[in-house]
Design a protein around this ligand. Structure first.
Ligand SMILES: [Zn+2]
Length: 236
């Protein structure tokens, strides 16, 4: 996730910007209807004396926080209603003109929203939009492009990262297929030291394969320990 930077409203402005402590119950999504980066949106919000505020602004490269999550904001036009009083308000930047920066900002906001939902143990039903509270067509560009689409983006970020399934290796037997003694090395390359040698033509079990310098066919790990160059063996 892109970095989160803090530029919190000074305490002497709490009375204007975020007078109430509360426990948040939801996320409220907005679009800025502007083409400014997140840092500017937050510093402008901090600087003016309007009863307009929001917790986070997200752009293409970072997330900037202006208000602590345990305080209210004046963002969704519903007075002392649930939007203002209980929402964590997220403004997605660059929504006026759209384009690549907005695309990235929206993606970053989806990932960040997913992290908030996870942090609070909330489901996707705790994701709301400004429009739900006072009917304003906000987040305008996100709505134009499809609210369900944005919800799906958030859902994808909530899924645990898929770990690649380790392919199951089936051990097999080999026999030395050269006249000389075959070196057993500490690792899968001729750069590793020699642990011992195979001099006989008995069968040995290979339990892992790797590529590495010094053998065209790669290296095989012996069940008993150590690696041999597969150029000099045949399946048995
Ligand atoms: Zn809004």
């Amino acid at each position: 996730m892109v970095p989160i930077r803090e530029n919190l409203v000074p305490k002497d402005k709490y009375a204007i910007k975020c007078p109430y402590t509360r426990t948040p119950t939801r996320v409220v999504i907005h679009n800025t209807a502007n083409d400014a980066p997140a840092a500017n949106e937050i510093s402008y919000m901090r600087y003016n004396d309007l009863e307009i505020s929001f917790h986070y602004a997200v752009d293409d490269v970072n997330i900037v926080q202006g208000i602590p999550e345990n305080r209210n904001a004046w963002a969704s036009g519903d007075g002392h209603g649930k939007g203002n009083m209980e929402g964590i308000h997220i403004e997605i930047c660059y929504s006026k003109s759209g384009g690549e920066k907005f695309d990235k900002a929206e993606q970053n906001a989806a990932e960040f929203t997913a992290s908030l939902l996870k942090k609070y143990g909330w489901g996707i039903d705790k994701m709301t939009k400004h429009r739900d509270y006072d009917g304003k067509y906000c987040p305008h560009r996100t709505l134009d492009r499809g609210w369900q689409r944005f919800l799906s983006m958030v859902k994808r970020y909530m899924e645990p990262a898929k770990t690649p399934v380790a392919s199951k290796f089936t051990p097999y037997l080999i026999r030395k297929n050269c006249r000389d003694a075959l070196n057993i090395r500490k690792g899968p390359s001729t750069n590793y030291g020699i642990l011992g040698q195979i001099k006989d033509t008995l069968r040995y079990t290979i339990v892992e394969e790797r590529s590495g310098p010094g053998s065209h066919k790669g290296w095989g790990r012996l069940k008993a320990g150590g690696w041999i160059a597969m150029d000099w063996v045949k399946k048995a």
